[in-house]
Design a protein around this ligand. Structure first.
Ligand SMILES: [Zn+2]
Length: 157
C-alpha cells in the first residue's frame, strides 16, 4: 500500500471513492448510466463485508475481483437493460484494472487460473489517485463541452 496522509482509513476511503467516481464517469460518458457505473465501480469491494472466517476465495480481492464476477454482475444488470449492463460491466472491469496496478494485483482468471495479474503503476497511490480523478474530470468535462457544442444551446439536450 502506498503511503497515504491520514493512514489506512484515508487510503481505504480514497480507494473506494476513486473506484466509485471512475465507474460514475465511465457509466455516464459511455452509456448515460452514471449510477449503474458508480455501483459497478465499487461493487467488487463488497468483499470487505464478507466475514473473515470464510477465507479464500471470499477474502479481499478474491472471487469478487475476477472476470467471472464481472460477467455475473453485468449479466444480472442486463435484466434491467443493455446500457445498464454495459455500464456495470465496464465500471466493474475498471475496478479490476485499477486494482491490478497494485503490488497485490487481482486473480483475474480465477477459478481457471490462480495467477494474480499485476501492472505496477501504483493506481492507489496518492499520485495515481489524483491522476485517475483528473482523468475522470476531464472525461466528464469533455462530454459536457461536446454536448454543448453539438446543439449550440449549451443545455446538453
Ligand atoms: Zn478492489
Amino acid at each position: 500500500m502506498a503511503t497515504y496522509p491520514g493512514g489506512h482509513a484515508v487510503f481505504l476511503l480514497a480507494a473506494l471513492a476513486t473506484h466509485t467516481f471512475l465507474g460514475y464517469a465511465l457509466g455516464s460518458v459511455l452509456f448515460r448510466r452514471p449510477v449503474a457505473g458508480a455501483l459497478g465501480g465499487v461493487l467488487p469491494d463488497v468483499d470487505f463485508l464478507f466475514p473473515a472466517f470464510l477465507g479464500p476465495p471470499f477474502g479481499h480481492r478474491g472471487l469478487t475481483h475476477t472476470l467471472l464476477a464481472a460477467g455475473v454482475a453485468a449479466a444480472l444488470a442486463a435484466r434491467l437493460d443493455g446500457r445498464t449492463a454495459a455500464a456495470v460491466g465496464t465500471a466493474y472491469l475498471s475496478h479490476l484494472l485499477v486494482d491490478a496496478t497494485t503490488p497485490m494485483g487481482v486473480a483475474l482468471w480465477y477459478p481457471v487460473a490462480d495467477e494474480r495479474v499485476r501492472f505496477l503503476l501504483h493506481g492507489h497511490s496518492p499520485v495515481g489517485t489524483v491522476a485517475i480523478w483528473t482523468g475522470c474530470l476531464l472525461l466528464l468535462l469533455g462530454r459536457r463541452f461536446a454536448r454543448s457544442g453539438s446543439n449550440g444551446r449549451g443545455d446538453g439536450g
